[in-house]
Structure formats: C-alpha cells, structure tokens
Design a protein around this ligand. Structure first.
Ligand SMILES: [Zn+2]
Ligand SMILES: [Zn+2]
Length: 282
C-alpha cells in the first residue's frame, strides 16, 4: 500500500527535541513515491527541522507555493541550498501574482513589505522551474493545486490590511492564494496555506472540483486571526454543513479562532505542531 502522509515542517508552534517554530508554514507531503514541499516557511527553519525529522529535501519532486507572503516563501533559498543536484530543476507551482510586491499596513498607516524576498526570487529563478497556476492543475499522484479561488461568500475577506503598494492605496486581493487537495478513499484531503480567499470559499471550490465526495481532512492556515463574531459564526455554520472529519487549523488561524473551532468540533479539531506527521487515508 502506498504511503500517504503530511508532515508539519514549519509552523508557529513546535514540539520535539530541537525542533523550531516560527511564524510561517511548510508541509512535507508524501504520496507513494512522490515528495512535495508545500510552502517553505519564513527562514532556514525549514531545512533545520527537515534534518531533525529525517526528511531529505533533495528528494523533492515539486514545490507548491500557496501565495507570495514572506512567511510561506522566505525559506526558498534554504530549500534551494538543500537540493544536492543542480541539474534537477524542480517544478515550482505558483500563481504569477505571488511574485508581485506585497505590503501590510501598520497601525500608524505606514506600509511594510511582506512579499517574497529578493533571495527567494533568485532561488526560484535559478533552482526551480516556475509553473504558473492560473487554473486547477493535477501535479501527480492525484494531488491537485487549485489556482485562484472564486470569492463567493459575503462574510469572508483576505483577513488583513493587505496592499500592493508601500503607500497602502491599492488593496491586494491576494489572487495568488491557492490550496491543494488530494482525493482518497475516505474523502478529500485539503491543504491550506493561509486561505486568504477564505476557508469556506476554498472548501466550496474544492467540493466543486471534486464533486460528490466528502471532505475528510483540512490542514493549514485559515487566516481567521482577527475574524469578528459574524465571520466566525458564519464560518462555523458553513464548516458544520460541510461535515469535515478532521480539522487541523494552524498558523494564521490565531489562538481565539482555534479555541472556538476546538469548542465547536471537539472530536475533530486537534493541535498539530512542527514534527506532527498526519497519516492520510489512502
Ligand atoms: Zn499570507
Ligand atoms: Zn501566513
């Protein structure tokens, strides 16, 4: 039977000897013989943790970038250094806007750069073959990258004051935000980066792409940090209707939203720090 698993490589919390946490996200996905890195975290923590977890980054077949923010792409240079063969150009799946300038507005109104760092862009150019995802694409062994996600709900937004310019005049709708999913015998497994498109928009879109199948597992950032009561209530209601078997909210979910989700779905939500290996139904 082929092995199918997701290991949490980078996350805000870590648990285990020597493992490091940082504000960021990266997963190591094993599907049969295929090895996929989903996001790269913020720094070289991705290679530090993979060393301790006996994960060989040089065996990577592809990398998926959920969006262009620094906490998901900042580890690209470290990942590129971990590749032993310079010849093997690994496919990198990202939406073209992931490489565009990205800012967040500070409380005092000034902007701070939160896009892809220069060394990440260099690593992407020199060590990977950039494949632009403007529509859903199957990247092997049944793993599909969604590409841009339609924004249909009236209660979800990108989750923060995001802009494409330093003056914070042009809102960034994070069109580059994408997720991945895998169909298994038990249902669909969904892997989120930050879900800037909204977790409900994302799940509903995936249910459209993989119709008539239940969603079994959802793992990743939900960007519910800072979500108000209305958004939280409507999100909980929608998640209840979707009837997810296992919900692993990480990273930008935030403590309050994670606590609320755990309270609403006590048997289905659990913590998932760096080092956790999530076995998937085959
Ligand atoms: Zn983000
Ligand atoms: Zn993030």
């Amino acid at each position: 039977m082929k092995q199918v698993s997701i290991t949490v490589l980078v996350e805000n919390r870590a648990q285990g000897h020597g493992l490091l946490g940082e504000h960021g996200l990266a997963f190591w996905i094993e599907i049969g013989p295929r090895r996929i890195l989903f996001d790269a975290g913020q720094t070289n923590v991705v290679s530090h943790n993979s060393g301790l977890l006996d994960i060989d980054l040089s065996s990577m077949d592809a990398i998926v970038l959920s969006h262009g923010h620094y906490d998901h792409t900042g580890g690209l240079a470290a990942v590129a250094r971990s590749k032993t063969s310079r010849e093997k150009r690994v496919a990198a799946y990202a939406h073209p806007q992931a490489l565009e300038a990205k800012y967040a507005r500070n409380p005092d109104g000034t902007g701070r750069y939160i896009g892809m760092a220069a060394d990440s862009k260099t690593a992407l150019r020199e060590s990977f073959e950039l494949l632009k995802t403007e529509a859903p694409i199957e990247i092997g062994e049944g793993l599909t990258v969604t590409g841009p996600i339609p924004r249909l709900t009236d209660f979800e937004d990108t989750g923060g004051p995001f802009f494409t310019d330093a003056e914070c005049l042009q809102p960034d709708d994070l069109t580059d935000d994408q997720s991945a999913f895998l169909e298994t015998s038990a249902g669909t497994v969904v892997i989120l980066g930050c879900a800037h498109a909204g977790i409900v928009n994302t799940l509903r879109y995936i249910m459209q792409l993989a119709p008539d199948r239940p969603i079994h597992t959802v793992i990743g950032g939900t960007h519910l940090i800072g979500a108000g009561d209305t958004r939280m209530n409507k999100t909980v209601e929608a998640l209840r209707a979707i009837n997810i078997q296992r919900l692993l909210p990480l990273h930008c979910t935030g403590f309050q939203a994670a606590a609320r989700l755990w309270k609403e779905f006590p048997d289905r939500v659990r913590a998932c720090p760096v080092g956790t290996k999530v076995e998937l139904p085959v």
